[in-house]
Design a protein around this ligand. Structure first.
Ligand SMILES: Cc1ncc(COP(=O)(O)O)c(C=O)c1O
Length: 400
């Protein structure tokens, strides 16, 4: 006996990749370089170790679901300064909840937001296609119908939820957006964010804005949904924003994030998490609060990513559909056949990349997978290894 909804999900992308590459030996004599997973390899900030040690007493305690005043305060202060929010717009006591990383919270948001029925039918969840795979899993496991909305080159790599047919919008319980987007690196502007927020309010669904790449950008900081709410001037209704330290501070193993937004939803989220969520440990929360308050390590991080984007530009030039992502650290390369290219790149260049097909679903009138032609390449290693890998990758792809 099990929940048969699970059968509606494909295997997770990294399992699929393991299957695709099984039995293929990477080229002899070349050190394998893994660029399939978005796991930052830059150093963790030095202050992390000190603060974790200083708060080691906290390991003996069960942490409260709602977190500490210090953590929620640090998050609210960071959001206020980063997004230019009016003072008091975000109340740390009612608008912020700590999360042990955002992945689980993004998944659990669907449990929070999807009712058994909406507008007389099965609720829908609007999902960009391609997507971060957690969104689709969350929708399917909670009995909703995912509505896959193209986020392809022809839509500027951003989903047009306004164009979703009215009956599906009426049944919408929630919508996910990702900005900067994984995998395409697109950044939504304030006009786009405000349009989606207004749509969510008009049709009474929850907008889940996944902003965990917000601090990895080229020149100007990406806008965020909190900022868009402040500009609209009608509070935070129907909006939940997710962010984490994983990418900003190179600490994916710390599991430190937050959700901020609509006070009613946050209160219910806290109740739900008290029943089944993983609370953030107290020493982690103390260290994470300090990381949210420090921008120096984030500036340095951004500088390193920028240098690697420069290198990628000069190595790949205009080949393989290269463009500089506006945010995040992925290259989204159009190579014709992502699966075949991933196999070839592993075999000949000993570089592991992810086929774009594993980050998207077949959809639309022609039932096409919008990621099929792409590979996703994570620029997470140091500059030298990244350049070596990209050079090998370019040679392999040009040789075909
Ligand atoms: C788009 C997106 N959202 C959320 C996450 C989850 O990150 P974390 O759980 O480390 O905060 C990731 C991680 O790769 C991601 O790519």
């Amino acid at each position: 006996m099990y929940n048969y909804r699970l059968d509606g999900l494909p295997d997770y992308p990294f399992q699929r990749l393991a299957g695709l590459l099984a039995g293929i030996e990477p080229a002899r004599g070349l050190e394998p370089i893994i660029m399939s997973i978005g796991e930052p390899q830059h150093s963790a900030p030095a202050l992390l170790k000190e603060t974790l040690t200083a708060h080691s007493d906290g390991w003996r305690k069960y942490p409260p679901t709602a977190g500490t005043n210090e953590y929620r305060g640090a998050v609210a202060a960071w959001c206020t300064s980063r997004f230019g929010l009016p003072n008091g717009f975000l109340d740390p006591d009612v608008n912020v909840l700590p999360l042990a990383g955002t992945r689980e919270g993004l998944f659990m948001a669907a449990q929070l937001c999807i009712p058994p029925h909406k507008s007389g039918g099965v609720p829908t969840v609007l999902v960009p296609n391609p997507f971060y795979q957690v969104y689709i899993g969350a929708a399917v496991m909670n009995g909703a119908e995912p509505i896959l909305v193209p986020a392809t080159e022809s839509t500027g790599f951003f989903p047009d939820y306004d164009g979703v047919p009215k009956p599906s919008l009426a049944r919408a319980a929630m919508a996910y957006i990702c900005t900067p987007a994984n995998p395409q690196g697109t950044v939504a502007d304030l006009v786009q964010l405000k349009t989606i927020i207004r749509l969510a309010r008009e049709h009474d669904f929850v907008l889940v804005s996944d902003e965990c790449y917000s601090e990895i950008y080229e020149t100007s900081p990406p806008a965020g949904a909190l900022q868009a709410c402040a500009e609209i001037g009608e509070g935070l209704a129907n909006v939940l924003v997710f962010n984490s330290l994983s990418k900003r501070s190179n600490v994916p193993g710390l599991r430190a994030g937050f959700v901020a937004g609509d006070a009613d939803l946050i209160e219910r989220f806290s109740k739900l998490r008290a029943h089944g969520g993983a609370a953030q440990p107290l020493p982690v929360m103390a260290a994470a609060a300090e990381l949210w308050a420090d921008e120096a390590h984030v500036d340095e991080n951004r500088r390193l990513y920028r240098l690697k984007a420069n290198d990628a530009e000069s190595i790949l030039r205009k080949r393989f559909g290269f463009y500089r992502p506006k945010g995040g650290f992925f290259l989204w390369l159009n190579v014709g056949d992502g699966e075949k290219s991933a196999q070839k790149i592993w075999k000949n260049a000993a570089v592991k990349v992810l086929p774009g097909a594993y980050l998207a679903h077949e959809a639309g009138p022609r039932n096409e997978n919008p990621g099929a032609a792409y590979i996703r390449v994570a620029l997470v290693h140091d500059r030298k290894r990244t350049s070596i890998a990209l050079t090998r990758l370019a040679e392999t792809l040009s040789a075909s």
